[in-house]
Write a new protein. Structure first.
Length: 562
């Protein structure tokens, strides 16, 4: 797979790499990696990291590995691994033969831990997890040394070996680095490197009952793979001294450089994997691929394109400080891509029947319509026109306001690519008083131009022929949360779920050509927005459409949708 073509941006990370190349650091190599933990599906925040790491590798003619940092068997699964591989590939990136797993290195990592013990840099601690926390100290007070800190090398080696053999219960012992309990950086206060955890691993089964901590495995995996620039988010900034401490003592000939950047925070969105798992497990969404989810697989099902996501990641750039990005920028990138590439069709979401009384009953015309108004290469299509059509219920008002330019008593409107019609009368529901059928007349001379008498027709509406359309289900998706920052600490984020994030319309009518539309294909429903054929629930001849985005940002309070 070829990598996406991009311009060569500049930012503080690339400035560091440029300087390293000038000075000959890392022998002039650039090697990055994308190292997700396989305990959930990746989301738009991960996509930013994917684009950054693979983009840097492509820009500097280097390499980028895909590595699954699978050091905690609880919650990890092959399902998540497969989803990550699928999503990164869908985004447009390829890692060649450089797919790795931290679990590939479990034996090496164990031997590295033994080496630390032999050097006097690690010890087996028998304090409980609560006791370790109590003795860790605070930001203003130093920690207390473990009473087991000065065990002999021989005792530590024996205990660590027995930990591996499964002789002790979970939590009975840990392996801790011997650094500095008085360090102002709490991360360096004898952090845990290994713990006992009797959980089967999705790759190694029950071979191991001790597992390395992320901080221990991650940096050594980077070093083993020859990574030059270990790019991560700001929450790992305090961990950088530990990263360097471990690598310097075990693989001093090659120390990757850790560089931190601001993680993506997106308005009206939750990007905490823990909270996304909660949404899925509590049934608050319909799974990881729910089109309202910020997961890559959810966005793909909704109809977002990889090109739009890559453009968004390029637009927001790389920053040193956290800031909240407006989700409307992501939606704008999606609109721009689809506006250029999505063919146009007509679909009526909330139908109102219209009978054109002076149109011949058995006549059917084929109206030639452009598939894209600015791209003639997309060609044209033939749209049947007949005496009975459907229009949008919102395109008729019995008592319209002054600036309403659609159909109403005494009003005329143009049918898209067809004729001008004029309202004559209507049939109402006897109980509700609601219009259920309109009767109109058409001007035969207006098919290919304006009325001959020069009168101006201001409104244009879309339509489908009642005899030649197909029924369709349409899902109108909106933002999952109703407030800008639903992830505020200490808050129950679920109370901000948007009750109107999904509206399902089951009585819609679309152009006949959409009957066999391929799942995943994109369209602009004229005047309504961009839609995608659902890849999961569509069956042959019965399309289900997901709204990707409206034509305009409806959250921006822009007046006049039409």
């Amino acid at each position: 797979m070829s990598q996406p073509t991009t311009s060569n941006p500049t930012d503080f990370i690339r400035d560091i790499i440029d300087d390293d190349l000038r000075t000959g650091k890392h022998e002039g190599r650039v090697a990055t990696r994308f190292p997700p933990e396989p305990n959930g599906y990746i989301h738009i925040g991960h996509a930013k990291s994917v684009c950054l790491n693979f983009g840097i590798a492509a820009q500097y003619k280097g390499t980028c590995n895909l590595r699954l940092d699978d050091t905690d068997p609880l919650g990890e699964s092959m399902e998540y691994v497969e989803s990550i591989i699928r999503d990164v590939r869908w985004l447009g990136f390829d890692w060649g033969d450089r797919l790795f797993y931290a679990s590939d290195y479990f034996e090496k990592l164990y031997q590295f831990a033994v080496e630390l013990i032999k050097k006097g840099n690690a010890y087996v601690c028998s304090l409980s997890a609560d006791e370790v926390r109590e003795q860790r100290g605070t930001f203003t007070e130093p920690g207390k040394e473990s009473p087991y800190r000065n065990r002999s090398v021989e005792e530590n080696l024996d205990l660590f070996s027995r930990m591996r053999k499964g002789e002790f219960a979970d939590g009975a012992h840990t392996l801790r680095a011997k650094i500095d309990m008085a360090s102002p950086n709490i991360v360096l206060r004898d952090p845990v490197l290994y713990r006992i955890k009797r959980e089967p691993h999705y790759r190694t089964a029950e071979k191991w009952v001790i597992y390395p901590m992320y901080d221990f495995a991650h940096c050594l995996s980077d070093a083993l793979e020859g990574i030059t620039h270990s790019i991560c988010t700001l929450e790992f900034e305090n961990n950088r001294p530990l990263y360097d401490w471990i690598v310097e003592r075990l693989i001093p000939t090659h120390r990757p450089q850790q560089i931190e950047f601001a993680r993506l925070s997106l308005s009206y969105t939750i990007l905490s994997k823990r909270r996304l798992i909660e949404l899925v497990e509590k049934g608050l969404v319909q799974g990881w691929d729910d089109p309202r989810m910020p997961t890559v697989t959810g966005m793909r099902r909704r109809g977002y394109t990889p090109e739009a996501i890559r453009k968004f990641c390029a637009e927001i750039g790389v920053a040193k400080n956290d800031n909240l990005i407006d989700v409307s920028l992501l939606e704008h990138c999606v609109r721009e891509d689809l506006n250029e590439n999505a063919p146009r069709v007509m679909c009526v979401l909330r139908p109102l029947k219209v009978v054109i009384d002076n149109y011949p009953e058995n006549k059917v015309e084929q109206i030639e319509s452009a598939n894209h108004p600015q791209n003639s290469d997309m060609g044209t299509r033939q749209v049947p026109f007949s005496r009975v059509i459907y229009i949008e219920r919102d395109d008729f008002m019995e008592n319209p306001p002054k600036k309403y330019h659609r159909l109403g008593p005494g009003r005329e409107v143009r049918l898209r690519n067809a004729y001008v019609i004029k309202f004559e009368n209507m049939v109402k529901d006897e109980k509700t008083g609601e219009a259920i059928e309109l009767h109109c007349t058409y001007d035969p001379a207006t098919r290919n131009g304006p009325p001959a008498d020069g009168r101006k027709i201001q409104g244009v509406i879309h339509w489908v022929s009642a005899e030649h359309c197909i029924p369709a289900q349409v899902r109108l998706y909106d933002r999952l949360f109703s407030v800008q920052d639903p992830g505020r600490e200490g808050d129950d984020f679920t109370k901000y779920l948007n009750p109107n994030s999904l509206e399902t319309l089951t009585t819609c009518y679309a152009e006949q050509r959409l009957k066999d539309a391929a799942p995943g294909s994109h369209y602009q429903f004229e005047r309504l927005g961009y839609f995608c054929v659902d890849t999961k629930d569509t069956v042959a001849g019965k399309p289900v459409f997901n709204r990707i985005v409206p034509l305009r940002d409806s959250w921006a309070k822009i007046a006049g949708d039409y």
